[in-house]
Design a protein around this ligand. Structure first.
Ligand SMILES: *[C@@H]1O[C@H](CO)[C@@H](O)[C@H](O)[C@H]1NC(C)=O
Ligand SMILES: *[C@@H]1O[C@H](CO)[C@@H](O)[C@H](O)[C@H]1NC(C)=O
Ligand SMILES: *[C@@H]1O[C@H](CO)[C@@H](O)[C@H](O)[C@H]1NC(C)=O
Ligand SMILES: *[C@@H]1O[C@H](CO)[C@@H](O)[C@H](O)[C@H]1NC(C)=O
Ligand SMILES: *[C@@H]1O[C@H](CO)[C@@H](O)[C@H](O)[C@H]1NC(C)=O
Ligand SMILES: *[C@@H]1O[C@H](CO)[C@@H](O)[C@H](O)[C@H]1NC(C)=O
Ligand SMILES: *[C@@H]1O[C@H](CO)[C@@H](O)[C@H](O)[C@H]1NC(C)=O
Ligand SMILES: *[C@@H]1O[C@H](CO)[C@@H](O)[C@H](O)[C@H]1NC(C)=O
Ligand SMILES: *[C@@H]1O[C@H](CO)[C@@H](O)[C@H](O)[C@H]1NC(C)=O
Ligand SMILES: *[C@@H]1O[C@H](CO)[C@@H](O)[C@H](O)[C@H]1NC(C)=O
Ligand SMILES: *[C@@H]1O[C@H](CO)[C@@H](O)[C@H](O)[C@H]1NC(C)=O
Ligand SMILES: *[C@@H]1O[C@H](CO)[C@@H](O)[C@H](O)[C@H]1NC(C)=O
Length: 771
């Protein structure tokens, strides 16, 4: 009994044991994919890594805050362990503001089993320590968008398991060593936007798995190793903005190539466009712009039956556009070549045609009779088109952007033009010979317009009041026409109007309809109404509702502002350089911190309104060539950002407010030809001015310091003219040019550039690859 009992008991315990064993086995089997069992060496390495970065409460890593010993390190944010071994195999800490460099003994390099390492956008500085070579299992390495420097490629060339490598947007330098071709498993390589240089290894044929290859925005030179194209999986190749040169041939490419995108723009490739390119039968995007390709636009391109975007702009191509069609093409950029002849009918089937900067003269009959409703963007600027607008223009009912600028179109704008502005956002007609009246109702359906430039024509009569329907209008430039109208104060109700240029027309009368109602141009940043027949007084509160101009830009050192202020040296030229370099500086960014007023060359009388002192963001102010009287308002000293001030050729009296001497950015000023008196303020900015800036103010004193001892302090009027004229002209035209830049030259440039930028972005957006 006992025995049996015992045995029962024993067997019972055994059963129980085996039950537990089975249960635990069962549970273990079930749960094992989820249990990680952080290995202590791995945990300690991670904690070491965490402690290498200064803790910043206000700006700490969203990941590292969860890293502490109370929890399993395999559950820490950004960490992935191998399920079986508990080794850390993946670390993804993107957007952690580490704000430091990696040290050679970093805990990071003790995580020998890492396969994925992603430290993108982490504010990492300095060089990558060679210990990175310890992470020999890495298959995925992403260090993009940091501030890393040094010659990293020899190091990375040892990580032979890599399939994905992104080092883009850092400051890495040096060349690509031959050993790099050992990374035969790579399928994705992005080293764009760095400072790599020299030539690429000749033999690039060993990347059998390579799909995407991005090296744009470096300083690579020499001929491009087309052996790369022998790799059968290639789909995207981007070489833009380097110095690759010479002719390029794709002779060893199989016709089963998977290549979908080939970007060679902004290099120094030359010679004719190679026929071998037509072997890439799957090509969808082909960018050959901004090189030195010669010859004609080849007909073999029509073999690229899948091509959707073709950019041949900024080359030396000659002759007419061939008649053969590229079936699926949507966007064609032929701008800035030496092409000529007529525009063939097949372009009517495209969404976007950029043809500017050639010598095109006319359109083929087949174009004119086509259905033109496919066309969304048409840029005909800077060609040799002349005569009245062709009647087919009114068939363009889907237009988003129309650029006719810098041709010799003439005659008036037909009434049916109002049908094509329905979707239009950008209209550029500047520098043509258009004349006549813009019909008042022409913009009645133009509810989407953002930019309108009709400057440099011979339009007359009134501004079309239907513009009031363009609620999104940001830029209106009607400079240099013959508009004869009252000041268009009704434009002040357009909530987004940033730039208003009516310079050099025949606008007349006062700036307001009712002297007691102040108009507020709430979004205006640049206004140029100079050289018209405007007159009357400006009430003291005139500027009090100009909201955008009253905001002081937060950080004057950002934007286009350079160390040495002064718009000729510091302000605009860099932006133009950037434009020339093809940097996509948005017009909005250029305008971001820029505020300017030019009221010069009118007949304004009375006091300069005190409310001018509210426009804290103002950088250029030109009130010259009017008949302003009384004192210069003290409130001008509030304009801390002011860089240029021209009050010359008025009838101002009293002293120059001494507080103006404290405006540290004020580098150019002109007070000449007034009735000012008393001392010139002591500020260094004043003392640095040319003598001529104060000329013809007989009762002003202190000129000796500025003009030098030898200078006659109070010259006769005759001498004034002789001595000061050239300098003075220079200052005035400087300001004119600067203001003109914002709207005119600058706008001629920038608006030209905006259109370019817009077009570029526009079509990239429109035709972004679907992957
Ligand atoms: C912490 O981060 C904030 C926000 O980025 C920064 O302003 C501050 O200087 C940082 N402090 C330290 C000690 O790095
Ligand atoms: C440790 O991390 C866990 C989350 O993983 C968090 O809930 C806990 O508050 C942390 N403890 C300390 C002391 O920071
Ligand atoms: C980065 O660190 C420096 C000091 O080394 C500090 O001045 C700066 O504010 C930090 N920046 C951020 C974004 O934390
Ligand atoms: C990297 O590996 C070398 C030997 O290859 C070793 O001396 C060094 O300690 C390792 N560094 C780290 C941080 O583990
Ligand atoms: C490593 O990265 C690759 C590519 O992004 C991804 O497919 C894989 O899931 C990642 N592995 C881990 C463990 O995070
Ligand atoms: C690359 O690896 C080889 C052999 O494994 C080693 O001798 C060499 O020092 C490594 N190079 C770098 C830059 O780490
Ligand atoms: C890398 O390539 C070079 C020459 O291309 C070769 O000599 C070397 O052995 C290779 N190294 C490795 C680690 O495969
Ligand atoms: C093309 O391939 C052949 C044979 O593989 C080779 O001899 C030739 O050098 C290659 N040409 C180019 C331009 O790579
Ligand atoms: C206008 O076109 C002519 C050639 O037709 C060109 O030389 C000039 O640079 C163009 N001007 C602008 C501002 O684009
Ligand atoms: C337009 O220009 C053509 C020459 O291109 C000329 O014959 C015609 O008279 C001009 N028309 C107007 C209205 O100026
Ligand atoms: C223009 O707008 C009016 C109403 O405001 C509408 O009747 C007309 O159809 C519109 N025209 C076009 C071409 O859309
Ligand atoms: C302003 O100009 C208008 C027309 O140009 C003229 O009739 C009027 O008398 C002028 N007013 C003043 C105050 O000069």
């Amino acid at each position: 009994m006992m025995i049996s009992n015992q045995s029962y008991c024993f067997s019972g315990i055994a059963t129980l044991y085996s039950f537990f064993f089975l249960v635990s086995l069962f549970l273990h089997t079930l749960a094992s994919p989820m249990l990680h069992y952080c290995r202590h060496d791995q945990r300690d390495a991670l904690l070491d890594f965490k402690h290498e970065f200064p803790v910043n409460e206000s700006n700490s890593s969203p990941y590292l805050s969860s890293w502490n010993k109370t929890s399993d390190c395999c559950f820490w944010r950004g960490v992935t362990c191998d399920a079986k071994s508990g080794e850390v195999i993946s670390l993804d800490l993107s957007f952690s503001p580490f704000n430091n460099s990696l040290n050679p003994n970093s805990g990071l390099f003790k995580l020998h089993h890492l396969r994925n390492l992603t430290l993108a956008n982490c504010y990492l500085y300095g060089e990558i320590p060679s210990s990175l070579g310890n992470l020999s299992h890495l298959t995925h390495l992403d260090l993009s968008e940091n501030y890393l420097v040094g010659e990293v490629m020899a190091l990375v060339g040892n990580l032979t398991q890599l399939r994905y490598l992104s080092l883009s947007s850092n400051k890495f330098s040096g060349n690509i060593p031959v050993s790099f071709a050992n990374l035969t498993k790579l399928s994705y390589l992005d080293i764009s936007e760095n400072q790599f240089e020299s030539t690429l290894p000749r033999d690039m044929s060993r990347f059998h798995n390579l799909e995407e290859f991005y090296v744009g925005g470096n300083s690579f030179s020499g001929s491009f190793p087309t052996s790369l194209f022998m790799n059968p999986s290639l789909t995207w190749v981007v070489l833009t903005r380097n110095q690759f040169k010479g002719p390029i041939e794709f002779s060893n490419t199989s016709s089963s190539s998977k290549l979908q995108g080939l970007y060679l723009s902004h290099n120094k490739f030359d010679g004719p466009i190679p026929k071998s390119i037509s072997k890439f039968s799957n090509l969808e995007h082909l960018f050959l712009g901004s090189n030195s390709f010669t010859g004609s636009v080849p007909t073999f391109l029509s073999k690229l039956v899948n091509l959707e975007i073709l950019d041949l702009s900024h080359n030396n191509l000659v002759g007419p556009i061939p008649r053969s069609n590229i079936v699926k093409l949507k966007s064609l950029d032929l701008s800035n070549n030496k092409l000529e002849g007529e525009i063939p009918g097949w372009l009517a089937g495209l969404s976007a045609s950029m043809l500017s900067g050639n010598s095109f003269k006319s359109f083929a009959k087949s174009f004119e009779v086509s259905d033109l409703t496919q066309i969304i963007l048409l840029d005909l600027s800077s060609n040799s088109f002349r005569g009245p607008l062709p009647s087919w223009i009114c068939k363009l009912r889907s237009l988003d952007l129309l650029d006719l600028s810098n041709n010799s179109f003439n005659g008036s704008i037909p009434q049916c033009f109002k049908n094509i502005v329905v979707d239009l956002r950008t209209l550029n007609m500047q520098n043509n010979d258009f004349s006549g009246i813009l019909l008042p109702e022409i913009f009645v359906n133009a509810t989407r317009l953002i930019r309108v430039d009709v400057s440099g024509n011979k339009f007359e009569g009134k501004l079309p009041e239907s513009l009031i329907n363009s609620r999104y209008l940001e830029i209106l430039n009607v400079r240099s026409n013959r508009f004869k109208d009252k000041f268009p104060s009704w434009l002040s109700s357009l909530p987004s109007l940033n730039v208003l240029i009516i310079r050099s027309n025949e606008f007349y009368g006062p700036l307001y309809d009712h002297p007691n109602v102040s108009i507020g141009f709430q979004s205006l940043k640049v206004i140029d109404i100079s050289h018209n027949d405007l007159n009357g007084t400006l009430p003291p509160f005139y500027f009090s509702n100009w909201r955008e101009m009253t905001t002081l830009s937060k950080d004057i050192s950002t934007g286009m502002y350079m160390e040495n202020p002064g718009f000729s040296g510091g302000y605009y030229l860099p932006s133009m350089e950037m434009v020339n370099k093809g940097v996509d500086t948005k017009f909005e960014q250029i305008l971001k911190d820029f505020r300017a007023i030019d009221f010069s060359g009118n007949n304004f009388v009375g006091e300069i309104p005190k409310s001018i002192g509210l426009l804290k963001g103002l950088r250029l102010l030109n009130l010259s060539g009017n008949a302003f009287t009384s004192n210069i308002p003290q409130s001008l000293a509030n304009l801390k950002n002011l860089e240029a001030l021209d009050l010359s050729r008025n009838q101002l009296s009293g002293q120059i407010p001494p507080d103006l001497g404290s405006l540290s950015f004020l580098s150019t000023m002109n007070f000449s030809h007034n009735n000012l008196q008393g001392p010139i303020p002591k500020g260094t900015q004043f003392q640095r001015q040319n003598c001529s800036a104060f000329m013809d103010n007989p009762r002003l004193n202190g000129l000796e310091d500025i003009c030098g001892e030898t200078h006659v302090p109070d010259p006769t009027p005759q001498e004034t003219e002789d001595l000061s004229e050239p300098e003075e002209q220079q200052v005035i035209s400087w300001i004119a040019a600067a203001i003109a830049y914002a709207p005119g030259v600058f706008c001629g440039f920038v608006i030209g550039h905006i259109f370019f930028t817009q077009k570029h972005e526009w079509f990239m957006e429109m035709f972004r690859p679907s992957n």
